[in-house]
Design a protein around this ligand. Structure first.
Ligand code: ZN
Length: 276
């Protein structure tokens, strides 16, 4: 439980959390609930005018925290790697149009090659995208994913690997998103978070919980307080590392997508106040 009094002034929610809502509904309901930020998933922008959507969100008094997601750089074929880079450049432009300062990267992995090869292609892809990101004043955030996703979603699975890559590339427009779901188990987490902050790379903080048991490794994330992650402890580490951005609630859950979304939003705010 949080040791200090919490409020919603740093509460951001990812649109995917309330997937059944369109983005207009999500923005209106979040604002009514006292939520201050929104991270927009690209599926919520399909068929929309992106710039107008950004205006609509800000009209509700919400800050656009990030656009999710870019990445997926590794491929066996060179042509596909080129296409991935072009796609990421488009995503950077979409973020600029939306007024999002950052694109979160799910970096990708190709199971028919080694993780080392995938990581090399991720590094190349990020470097190729970075000039464009700088020109459009959008930052890229590497999100290390839990190793269970190392087959197809990301070859970057620890904060140490993400720190190594960000420090090696060294750009004012590249940093890291720390997500408790992916990193809670790592015995080096506290020191790697401190390192991430010290080097100016800590750009985002995502929260949810790891349910026991977890019935589906993609679509069964829990509300904060429902599982085994000590979220307040990790929040303290990121804040000690100098992070003062929003705490972003990001929950994929087929169970919660089926329930009444207004009731679910109440539960999210309550869980946030008590367990983040
Ligand atoms: Zn995340």
């Amino acid at each position: 439980m949080a040791s200090e009094i919490n409020d919603t002034s740093k509460l951001c929610i990812h649109t995917i959390t309330n997937k059944p809502w369109d983005i207009e509904t999500a923005a209106a309901r979040y604002a009514e609930a006292g939520v201050k930020g929104i991270t927009v998933w690209r599926n919520a922008l399909e068929g929309k005018d992106v710039a107008n959507t950004g205006e609509m969100i800000r009209g509700h008094g919400l800050e656009v925290v990030s656009l999710c997601r870019g990445g997926f750089f590794p491929h066996l074929e060179k042509q596909k790697r080129k296409e991935a880079i072009e796609e990421n450049k488009k995503i950077v432009e979409e973020a600029e149009a939306l007024g999002a300062p950052m694109v979160v990267l799910v970096c990708g992995a190709e199971p028919r090659q080694s993780l080392e090869d995938s990581r090399k292609q991720i590094r190349d892809g990020i470097i190729e995208t970075l000039d464009h990101a700088r020109e459009h004043n959008v930052k890229l955030a590497i999100e290390p994913l839990h190793p269970m996703y190392a087959d197809t979603r990301s070859a970057i699975n620890t904060l140490r690997q993400a720190n190594d890559m960000a420090e090696n590339i060294q750009s004012s427009h590249l940093g890291i998103a720390v997500d408790v779901y992916h990193l809670w188990w790592d015995e080096d987490l506290e020191q790697e978070i401190a390192r991430c902050g010290r080097n100016g790379n800590l750009l985002a903080f995502h929260v949810c919980d790891w349910k026991v048991p977890t019935n589906d490794f993609l679509l069964d994330r829990g509300l904060m307080g429902e599982g085994c992650i000590n979220v307040p402890q990790i929040r303290e580490w990121v804040e000690n590392a100098g992070f003062n951005g929003m705490n972003e609630v990001e929950i994929f859950s087929s169970t919660y997508w089926e329930m009444d979304q207004d009731e679910y939003l109440d539960n999210i705010v309550k869980a946030y106040l008590e367990y983040v």
